[in-house]
Design a protein around this ligand. Sequence first.
Ligand code: UDX
Ligand code: UDX
Ligand code: ADP
Length: 481
Amino acid sequence: MVKICCIGAGYVGGPTMAVIALKCPDIEVVVVDISEPRIAAWNSDQLPIYEPGLDDVVKQCRGKNIFFSTDVEKHVAEADIVFVSVNTPTKTQGLGAGKAADLTYWESAARTIADVSKSDKIVVEKSTVPVKTAEAIEKILTHNSKGIKFQILSNPEFLAEGTAIEDLFQPDRVLIGGRETPEGQKAIQALKSVYAHWVPEDRILTTNLWSAELSKLAANAFLAQRISSVNAMSALCEATGADVAEVSYAIGKDSRIGPKFLSSSVGFGGSCFQKDILNLVYICECNGLPEVAEYWKQVIKINDYQKSRFVNRVVSSMFNTVSQKKIAILGFAFKKDTGDTRETPAIDVCKGLLGDKAILNIYDPQVTEDQIQRDLIMKKFDWDHPLHLQPKSPKSAVKQVSVTWDAYEATKGAHGICILTEWDEFRTLDYKKIFDNMQKPAFVFDGRNVVNADELRRIGFIVYSIGKPLDAWLKDMPAIA
Ligand code: UDX
Ligand code: UDX
Ligand code: ADP
């Protein structure tokens, strides 16, 4: 029986290994992590991450051919293939601070592999890392190997949260990069045979190590760039009276452009896009390519601009102040169908409103009060460190913030509502009931274009939708970005 061990039981490692276990009954998978609470949660009925379909998959194979453990050394030692799926935060100090990837956790995982291995192993890079990390890891492993042979592969994961299980069941492609030597090719084939249990052969692409590593950064940069492009258009639409949804639809009909990833929003979030672009920028700068670095930096600048533009719109519409005004925040996760808040635009929007002394009442169907409080006090980039190193959340952390478990409760007595995540339930709320319980004039700022703005206007709301023609009210109160 082939044995797989995955170091890192996070958003990538957990679901990916669960699907490998489900699809490959002849393989034993152990997912290990240094975080005891995280492993305990994987072994319980309350999994540490919310992901549609994940519970089912885990239930089907947990205890049969997938196990979750904190005994990193034992399971790494026993494995034939070791996946490394640890966090790679952005550096906050030293060389490359604010841009470069901090490979501390990766290096520590690599040293553990070198220390405990007694047999040859394939080591698979699953976390997104800078180009040429595999080479560095190879050096650590071979210089500490005691004669054991390691083959390094890069096998970046392209799943998106909220659709992780679907994406893993039917990936657009699986990418495997390895050395061009006979041993490297043999390792590629071994990993390919794992995925071949369920992925059609023509969707498994093989390449060299660096191309695989760079493809992941490039894919995320291209996706984020589409969002920043459409968000830049949204500002122009508001200024000219065009409708960004119609523009997106029209351009998406061009088969060279395609219809996906063209939804204008309050900004993209998630653990990958910003981090990977910063990383790309840093690599370009290090390679003497400042023009290329500047090009990609702009994607992040527009994303920041979009978030501050939204805050400015809220404040300017409400007579240039939200001081002591109650604002309901509907949605805090970075997208629907996940409880993940890493780099969610809601953090910057809430901080912006709090900066103007607003009182926030937040509701998200999947995010806990503790998480929200922690996010609002945490320093930039701190979120990507293991949980036990993150700041605890004192109950009184941000006093002007309260968290409720119901959209109606959150909006009661509010002056305005900001919709920051596109949860389906926000489309079908009883907005008449909500309007009746709010202060007047009552505002809705739809950062995800989920509500029917005309219907809400008929109820009496003043509605701002990203990239759509503005109400007379909003035209009279121009936002200054
Ligand atoms: C373009 C648009 O495609 C068309 O829809 C619009 O109506 C007019 O402008 P055109 O300029 O005729 O059409 O040719 P196009 O095929 O778009 O190529 C434009 C330039 O981009 C060419 O120099 C082409 O060589 C270059 N190109 C195109 C690339 O460098 N790489 C590519 O992948 C595609
Ligand atoms: C992304 C990539 O899609 C995935 O391939 C990679 O493996 C990890 O990073 P993820 O961050 O989970 O996945 O979610 P994604 O669906 O890409 O959304 C990222 C952000 O962009 C979200 O905040 C989302 O709301 C936003 N978004 C997405 C838009 O604002 N508009 C869109 O049209 C699409
Ligand atoms: P991703 O979104 O890439 O999956 P996460 O932050 O969700 O990232 O998960 C990474 C996991 O890796 C965390 O649970 C963290 O505790 C774990 N981890 C980090 N370093 C090590 C290590 N050296 N050994 C085992 N687990 C580790």
